[in-house]
Design a protein around this ligand. Structure first.
Ligand code: MG
Length: 179
């Protein structure tokens, strides 16, 4: 039986769970080697992680990592590093690591492979989210995840998934179509 009622947040990390403002104030400790587990944890703003927790709690949602962090850390490491910054949710997957298509296409591809999911939102500071722009909350690198983004993400997570989010016919980017 396929579980239903699953909701996911496609999560970017840089510019969402950290920001220029945070890293200016709290740069990672120089005692830790770049890309060590502790270095990754120190790249996270605990206040932003707490806001993410609020989204996940309100919607009973889980995380699918869309960030480039998925290239450096596996799912267990992502979970561990996030928990080190106060994360109380679950990382259940990441988007494809081997595809270079825009992030909106990666999220759509993931949704097509997961029909059990019936609600989602994309939280990212990067806007290449076609064709899922109507489920996209854009943060900024300057300040990261803020309270207003939490409110909007919760609203979008409550909406049903539009059919076009999974439709095959929208897969090919317009630029590659030859008529
Ligand atoms: Mg980013």
């Amino acid at each position: 039986m396929v579980a239903s009622g699953v909701r996911v947040v496609f999560l970017d990390i840089d510019g969402v769970l950290n920001s220029e403002r945070y890293l200016d104030d709290y740069p990672p400790d120089e005692d830790y080697a770049v890309r060590s587990i502790e270095w990754w944890r120190q790249m996270l703003d605990p206040d932003a992680v707490a806001r993410l927790n609020r989204i996940l709690d309100a919607a009973d949602a889980s995380v699918v990592v869309a960030s480039t962090w998925r290239y450096s850390l596996d799912l267990k490491q992502l979970q561990f590093v996030l928990e080190g910054a106060g994360f109380t949710g679950q990382v259940i997957d990441s988007t494809d690591k081997n595809s270079r298509v825009p992030r909106g296409q990666l999220a759509k591809q993931w949704l097509r492979n997961h029909p059990e999911v019936d609600g989602f939102v994309i939280v990212d500071d990067q806007a290449d989210q076609e064709p899922l722009l109507d489920r996209f909350v854009q943060t900024s690198w300057e300040t990261g995840l803020q309270d207003e983004h939490v409110t909007r993400a919760c609203e979008l997570l409550a909406l049903p998934i539009p059919q076009t989010s999974r439709a095959q016919s929208l897969d090919a980017p317009a630029a590659t179509r030859v008529d």
